[in-house]
Design a binder for this molecule. Structure first.
Ligand code: NDP
Length: 266
C-alpha cells in the first residue's frame, strides 16, 4: 500500500527510544522528513543519525522537555526554522505508572498528567495554527488501553488510566473542532508493548513477591486473544501510528485505533 507520506514533514515527540523511535524509523522508510524531540540530547542525536543513515531522509532534532511550555515554544520554532511546515504531529512522549492507588505519590500523579495529557494539549496548541494556515494536517495522540478499560492487578491503573482517558477524550473533541480546517485527529491505544531496554525492569517492579517478571508477563499475555499470547511489538504499535497519520487513513478522524491483540473483550 502506498501511504503517500513521501516528503511530508512529521514532528514526533519522544523519538529517541521505544515506540517513538520505531515510529520515526517507519515514517522515514516511507520517505517522510522527520523532526524528533526528547530531553536527552545524546540519545536523540544518535537516533536522528541512525535513521538518516539507514533511509537517506532528512532528520532534524531538538532537545526539550514537553512538560515545559517555554520549551515547547522552542520546539515549534525549531521545526519551523528547519522545515517551514508540519504535515503530521505525533504526540508520543508519555509515561505509565501502574502501582496500587495508595502508593501513588503526588509527584507521580502530577507528572503523569503533565507528560501525558497536558503535553499533548500544549504541543498541539502550538502546532495546530501551522496546520490551520496550511489548510491540512494529521495529528496522532499515543494513548493506551488503560484509558479505555480498567486493568487488573498487577497493572493497577488509577494513575495512568485517567491521564490516557483524557488523551482519548481530547482527541475526539479536537477532531470535531479542527475538522473544518482539513485537520484529522486520531488516537492510537496500544496494550503492553515490549520495549527491549526496559520492559523487564518495569515488570519486575510490579511482580508480587515470589513471582518472576517472566511469569507476570506471561500471566498478563494469557488475556490476549491471538495465538502466541504475547505482548505487542514495537513495530506493530508503530505501524498503526504511521497508518493513522497517513493520507491512506484520510477518511478517519476522532477515532481510537486499539492495538491490543484482542485483550479488551468489549
Ligand atoms: P519510552 O519510555 O520507551 O520512551 C519515551 C520517549 O519519550 C523517549 O524518547 C524519552 O526520551 C521521551 N520523553 C520522556 N519524557 C519526556 C519529556 N518530558 N519531554 C520530552 N520527551 C520525553 O516510552 P514508550 O515507547 O514505552 O511509550 C511511548 C508512548 O506509548 C507513551 O505515551 C506511552 O504512555 C504509550 N504507551 C506505551 C506502552 C508500552 O507498553 N510501552 C503501552 C501503551 C501506551 P528522554 O527520556 O530522553 O526524554
Amino acid at each position: 500500500m502506498n501511504l503517500q507520506l513521501k516528503d511530508q514533514v512529521v514532528l514526533l515527540t519522544g523519538g529517541s527510544s521505544g515506540i517513538g523511535l520505531a515510529t520515526a524509523q517507519q515514517f522515514a522508510r516511507e520517505g517522510a522528513r522527520l523532526f524528533i524531540c526528547a530531553r536527552g540530547e545524546g540519545r536523540l542525536r544518535e537516533a536522528a543519525g541512525s535513521i538518516a543513515a539507514e533511509t537517506g531522509t532528512e532528520v532534524g532534532f531538538h532537545a526539550c522537555d514537553v512538560t515545559r511550555p517555554a520549551e515547547i515554544d522552542g520546539l515549534r520554532d525549531a521545526v519551523m526554522a528547519r522545515f517551514g511546515r508540519v504535515d503530521v504531529l505525533v504526540n508520543n512522549a508519555g509515561t505509565g505508572i501502574y502501582k496500587p492507588f495508595l502508593e501513588v505519590t503526588d509527584d507521580e500523579l502530577v507528572n503523569g498528567m503533565a507528560l501525558n495529557f497536558f503535553a499533548q494539549f500544549r504541543v498541539t496548541q502550538r502546532i495546530a495554527p501551522v496546520m490551520i494556515r496550511q489548510g491540512a494536517g494529521a495529528i496522532v495522540n499515543v494513548a493506551g488501553c488503560s484509558g479505555l478499560q480498567v486493568l487488573d492487578p498487577p497493572f493497577f491503573s488509577t494513575c495512568t488510566g485517567p491521564a490516557k482517558a483524557a488523551e482519548i477524550r481530547f482527541t475526539k473533541a479536537l477532531a470535531a473542532e479542527l475538522g473544518q480546517h482539513g485537520i484529522r485527529v486520531n488516537c492510537v491505544a496500544p496494550n503492553f508493548v515490549e520495549v527491549p531496554e526496559r520492559t523487564q525492569a518495569w515488570v519486575a517492579q510490579m511482580s508480587p513477591p515470589g513471582t518472576s517478571p517472566e511469569e507476570t508477563k506471561k500471566q498478563w499475555a494469557q488475556r490476549v486473544a491471538l495465538p502466541g499470547k504475547r505482548w505487542c511489538t514495537l513495530d506493530e504499535a508503530a505501524a498503526t501510528i504511521v497508518f493513522a497519520a497517513s493520507p491512506a487513513a484520510g477518511y478517519t478522524t476522532g477515532e481510537v485505533f486499539v492495538v491490543d491483540g484482542g485483550f479488551a473483550r468489549d
